[in-house]
Design a protein. Sequence first.
Length: 68
Amino acid sequence: MIQFNVEGMSCQHCVGAVTRAIHEQDAQAKVEIDLAAGRVKVESTQSAEALKHAIDEAGYTVTGSAAV
């Protein structure tokens, strides 16, 4: 599982946008988002870099990532 710190998420629309961006990379990915903490946890077959790029392309800033 990979955890990202993501800036710019403030509502359920943001949660949906980030989730859709990740699912476009890996439709089977498991996504958990803690909106208050600005954390996104993803279990995926895709690389952390690919997922980070997808989140960035959706308009959000990834400030850090780590394997969990």
